[in-house]
Structure formats: C-alpha cells, structure tokens
Design a protein around this ligand. Structure first.
Ligand SMILES: CC(C)(COP(=O)(O)OP(=O)(O)OC[C@H]1O[C@@H](n2cnc3c(N)ncnc32)[C@H](O)[C@@H]1OP(=O)(O)O)[C@@H](O)C(=O)NCCC(=O)NCCSC(=O)C[C@H](O)C(=O)O
Ligand code: MG
Length: 293
C-alpha cells in the first residue's frame, strides 16, 4: 500500500560483496534493505569474486521481509554488463546504478533487464535505484527520475559528489543538494534517499545528519555499519505526535470534505489539501515501517 512506487526503505545496510562473512549479520539485522556492493567498497582485483559471492547469496535468499539491492559497477565501465547479468536472479528486488548521468543509462539498463528477466525466468520486475553523485547527474536528476517506470528512487552519494571537489559536508553544502534531489524525485512521484555518513564512531553526529536529511523530505538513509541501523529506523519513523496529528487531520478531513469544506482548523492550525495529503502519507509511512518490524 504505497502512493509511490518506491518501497518503504528507511535503512539500507551496505555490505561489501567481497566480505561474505558479513552477509549473515546483514540478513539478520534490523535494516529495511540490504545492499550488496560490487562498486566502491570492493577492490578492483576482487570484483569478480565478489560478484560470485553476491549471486550465490541471491540464489539462497530466504527472507522476504527485506528489500534486496545490489549496487553494480557503473554503466560504461568494464564490469557493468557482467555484473547485471550475474545479479538478475529471483532474489533481487532492486539494482542500484552508481554515478548515473543521463536518462539513456536508465533506458539502456531497462532494456537489458527486460531481456535478463525473460531469460532467467524472473517473475517480477527489478527496480532501478539511481545514484545522483556527480555534478552532471545532479543537473539532470529530474530527467533521470522521469526516464522510466523502473526507477523507484534517487540515491544521494556525497562521497563521490563532494570529495573530488574538496567540498566539506557542512549543512550549508548538504542542504541544497538534498533538496534538489528530493524535488527531482518528486517530479516522478518517487522517493529520494540520503547518502552514507562515514563517521561510524560518532553516533550523535550521525543522528543529526539523518535528521537533517529527514527534514528535507528524504525517505531513508544508507548505513555502512550495523550500529547506524537503529538510529536511521528511529529518525525516519514518524514521531508519535506526528502520527497523532495526522490521524486528527484525516479524521476531521473526512467530516469536513463530506460537508463540502476544504479548509478547516485542527488544534489551532489550518489544514487543507496538501496537509491532508501529507497526513495520509505519514500514516502510510508508519504502517509501511511497521511491516518491516
Ligand atoms: C566501515 C567498515 C569498514 C567497518 O568495518 P569493521 O571495522 O570491520 O567493523 P566493526 O569491527 O566495527 O564491526 C562490528 C561488527 O559488525 C559487523 N559488521 C561491520 N560492518 C558490517 C556490515 N556492513 N554489514 C554487516 N555486518 C557488519 C562486523 O563483522 C562485526 O561483527 P561481530 O564480529 O559479530 O561483532 C565496514 O562496516 C564496512 O565495510 N561497511 C560497508 C562499507 C561500504 O559498503 N561502503 C560503500 C557504500 S557507501 C557509498 O559508497 C556511498 C556513496 O556511493 C558515496 O559516494 O558517498
Ligand atoms: Mg558513490
């Protein structure tokens, strides 16, 4: 039950594909999604080995309570086609494309997915999570989100976007990028997801970073360590007061709309169309997150 085609994914735990000893822990974690990585977390000389570990893990998938993602190597680079071929298995929900810079990349990937799903007898449609993590990708982010119905979300990547440019991850730099990507995703009615935070040892700084993403409408956040999962799940779950307020708005809306009244007061605050829609979304998010628990 979702008004967007994005799955409910507050926390997405990255696991390097070359570290199969971590896979069980990731499967058993409280993360809403697990993201096997074949890209930047895997050394060049272990890419093929990692791909094999991940393909085997997908074949052995037993859990249905988690969204399963694989981040493959970028389109146009040598590992891309073989990665895609190896991971389109019944255990895969979403393929994560790094460093997307054009709608054509999505269209080409979608064509390959059509063929691989047919050949591998996959009964469901694999979604595409597109990373926005280059200057060019940011400029055309709305075109990317609108390019194909397989695109289920935009994923921020601050490491790739900022590190080469020497941009510090200050709130000043993060906020406009987060908002731009959130708005680009909104054009297609899909969610945008916040990037990873590398200060694994500093839980409080991580929580504040997650709160800043949430405040700009992001739907979830990457985790690179199990210690980050509970923080993200809590931050991206609507607050009790927010849920209560949403319930009151929805209840009053039913009464007022039936009387032909579009704008009304709830606890001293006006509500009308967009506030009613948001209240319904809050209740849907709370319900969707409860399904992961
Ligand atoms: C960040 C790490 C390299 C830290 O590794 P390590 O020092 O080995 O962790 P700990 O000793 O603290 O581990 C504690 C226990 O947790 C398990 N563990 C650790 N990490 C994971 C994990 N990711 N999944 C599952 N389990 C994990 C350890 O085995 C310990 O267990 P136990 O012994 O039972 O206590 C490491 O966490 C790591 O590699 N993380 C993932 C890194 C990654 O995938 N990075 C790429 C994605 S982020 C990105 O690229 C962003 C974007 O594209 C951008 O451009 O910004
Ligand atoms: Mg990256």
């Amino acid at each position: 039950m979702s008004a967007t085609r994005s799955p409910s994914m507050r926390s997405k735990l990255f696991v390097p594909g070359s570290r199969p000893e971590l896979f069980d822990k990731a499967w058993q974690s409280a993360a809403d999604a697990i993201s096997f990585d074949l890209e930047d977390a895997v050394a060049e000389d272990r890419k093929i080995e990692a791909r094999d570990y991940v393909a085997r893990a997908l074949e052995r998938r037993t859990t249905s309570g988690k969204v399963v993602i694989v981040r493959i190597n970028p389109w146009g680079e040598p590992f891309f086609a073989d990665d895609l071929e190896a991971v389109v298995r019944p255990g895969l929900d979403i393929v994560n494309l790094p460093k997307v810079e054009s709608a054509e990349t999505i269209l080409e990937t979608a064509r390959l997915l059509d063929r691989l799903e047919r050949e591998n007898g996959i009964g469901r449609r694999v979604g595409i999570l597109a990373n926005i993590e280059t200057a060019r990708g940011l400029r055309v982010a709305a075109e990317i989100s609108l390019s194909h119905e397989r695109v289920i979300g935009l994923q921020l990547g601050f490491g790739d976007l900022f590190e080469p440019l020497g941009v510090e991850r200050s709130p000043l730099a993060l906020a406009p990028v987060r908002l731009a990507v959130r708005l680009a995703a909104a054009e297609a009615g899909i969610d945008a997801f916040d990037g990873a935070f590398v200060g694994v040892a500093d839980g409080e700084a991580f929580r504040m970073d997650a709160e800043a993403g949430r405040a700009l409408g992001l739907a979830g956040k990457s985790c690179i360590h199990p210690s980050q999962i509970d923080i993200v799940n809590a931050v991206f779950f609507p607050r009790a007061a927010e849920i209560e307020n949403a319930r009151r708005i929805v209840a009053k809306a039913e009464e007022m709309l039936a009387r032909g009244v579009g704008a009304f007061m709830v606890d001293g605050v006006m509500a009308d169309g967009p506030f009613i829609d948001r209240a319904r979304t809050v209740l849907r998010i709370a319900e969707g997150a409860a399904h992961h628990a």
